[in-house]
Design a protein around this ligand. Sequence first.
Ligand code: NAG
Ligand code: NAG
Ligand code: NAG
Length: 350
Amino acid sequence: MPPPIFKPRRRLTQNRLKYGIGLTIFIILTYLYLFPSSPVLRILSRPQTPSPHHTTASNSTLGFQKILVLSTRPSWRTRGLHAAAAHTNLDLTIPNQALPTDELITAFQSLGPSSVKHPLRGEAFNWLAHLDLMKLIAAQDYTTALILEDDVDWDVSIKEQMKLLSDAVREFTYAAPEEEGPYGERWDVLWLGHCGEPTRRDTRRLEYFDASVPAMGNYSGWAARYHDGLSEGVRVVQRAVNPVCSFAFAVTRRGARKILKWAGKGENEAYDIRLMQGCKEKRLSCVVVNPELMHHYVPPREFGHISNVAEGNGRASEAEEEEFERIMGNTANVVNSTRCRALFDSTCMR
Ligand SMILES: *[C@@H]1O[C@H](CO)[C@@H](O)[C@H](O)[C@H]1NC(C)=O
Ligand SMILES: *[C@@H]1O[C@H](CO)[C@@H](O)[C@H](O)[C@H]1NC(C)=O
Ligand SMILES: *[C@@H]1O[C@H](CO)[C@@H](O)[C@H](O)[C@H]1NC(C)=O
C-alpha cells in the first residue's frame, strides 16, 4: 500500500503539468496572433549585389536561349516589335508559322468530352500555333525560350528589370548555385507578361524593389482589385494564382514537353486558359512576376482595331494599318513603353 503522501504530490505534479501545457499553448497562440506567419519571403534590398547571372539576364535574349515570336505575317505588330527590339537591343527569332488545315482546326476544337470547354475557331488557331512553337523548342532541345506574341511591348529598362527578376526567381525557387541560366531551372513556365494576376496579402511571394513599377493608382486591368498584397515600387514573384494572356512567357526544356502533353489535347476555351488551369492544378510549375513586365500594345481605339484571334473568329479587321500606324496607341502597366519610345519618342501608358 503506497504511503498517503504520494497521492497529493502526484496530483500536484499532474496539475502543474496541465498548467504548464495550458500556458505553453496560450503563449504559442498569442505569438501566432501577434506575429502571423508572413507569406512574404524576403524583400531584396538595394543595391543588388552584382551576380554573374546579371550579365546573362541582360543579354540580347534576356538570359533565355532564344526569344521566339508567334506571328502569322508582317504587320503593324511586327514592325513595332522590330523597332522596339532594336531600341533595347534584343535578338528575336520569328519562325515561319505553318498554317493548320480547316479540318485540323475543327478536329482540335472538338477534342475532349462534352463536359469541358472548347475553343472557338480563332482561339484554336492561336492554340495550335503555340503548340507548334513548343514542338520547335522540344525539337531544337533549347534549355529555355521566351515566347512573345507579336503585339507585345516592354519597358525601355527591360534589361535592368530582368537582372532584378533573375535574383528574385533564383531566391524564390531556392535555385542551387550550380543551376544554369539566370533564372535557374526549377519552373516550367515563367510568366513575364499577363493581363492580370492576383497578389493578396496571403499570397506566398518574394518581394523586390523595382523603380520601374507603375504607381498602384495607375495600374489597370481586372486584377487591380486583387492587389492588396502589392506595395508601391515593389514587384513580387509568386506561384501562379490566376494568370491570363499568353503574350510573354518563358518555358524550360522540361516545361515545353509538359505543355505539349497538357495543352496538346485541347479541353479548354483558349491556350492561355489551359496553361492557367495547368498552373492552378499543379500540372505545370509556374512562377509569375507581378505587376507584369510585358503587356500588349493596343493601337488607337478609334481605328476599330481587333485582335488576330478575333479576326480568326470571322470578324474582319476594319483598321487601315497605314493610318493608325502613325498615331500612338497605348500599353497598359508599362511606364516607359519601348514601342512608343522607338516609334513616337514618347510614353504611352494607358
Ligand atoms: C543569353 O544567355 C543565355 C543563358 O546563358 C544563353 O543561352 C543565350 O545563348 C545568350 N544569348 C546570346 C545572344 O548569347
Ligand atoms: C498616373 O499617371 C499620371 C500621368 O502619367 C500621373 O500624373 C499620376 O501622378 C499617376 N498617378 C499616380 C498615383 O502616381
Ligand atoms: C523613358 O526612357 C527614356 C530613355 O529611353 C528616358 O530618356 C526618359 O526620361 C524615360 N521617361 C520616363 C517617363 O521614365
